[in-house]
Design a protein around this ligand. Structure first.
Ligand SMILES: [Zn+2]
Length: 117
C-alpha cells in the first residue's frame, strides 16, 4: 500500500482573510511610525527610555519586514526621514516634540499665564 499525498493538495487554505491582513498592516505601520517618533524625541532629550523605545522600534519593524516585506520596503525610507525630522538639539525646544510640549506646559508655557479664579 502506498499513501500518496498528491490528492490532498486540492484545497488551499488562506491563512488570513484579506481584511484582517490589511487591518494588521495598518496597525503595524501606525505603531512603527509612532514608536520611531517617540524614540527620536526621547533620544533628543537624552532620556534612558530611548533604549527601550529603540528595541521596541526594531521589534515592530522586524514584524513588518517578516509579514509585509513589500510594504516595509515601501515605507522604511519615509520613516527614516520622519525620525530624523523629529529629533532635535537638546538645548532647543521643538514645537513638534511632545516632550517639549509637556515640559513647557509644566513650566506654565507662556510668560503671562492668566491665573484668574
Ligand atoms: Zn523635545
Amino acid at each position: 500500500m502506498s499513501t500518496n499525498n498528491s490528492s490532498r493538495t486540492g484545497r488551499r487554505v488562506t491563512d488570513l482573510p484579506e481584511v484582517k491582513r490589511r487591518r494588521r498592516l495598518e496597525n503595524l505601520l501606525c505603531t512603527a511610525r509612532r514608536v520611531a517618533h517617540l524614540a527620536a524625541e526621547y533620544r533628543s532629550h537624552g532620556l534612558d527610555e530611548q533604549f527601550q523605545l529603540y528595541l521596541l522600534q526594531l521589534q515592530v519593524e522586524q514584524v513588518l519586514a517578516d509579514e509585509f516585506p513589500d510594504e516595509y520596503e515601501e515605507h522604511i525610507g519615509e520613516w527614516v526621514e520622519e525620525e530624523l525630522a523629529s529629533e532635535h538639539h537638546p538645548m532647543v525646544t521643538a514645537e513638534t516634540c511632545s516632550l517639549c510640549q509637556a515640559i513647557s506646559a509644566h513650566k506654565g508655557g507662556t510668560a503671562s499665564t492668566p491665573l484668574a479664579a
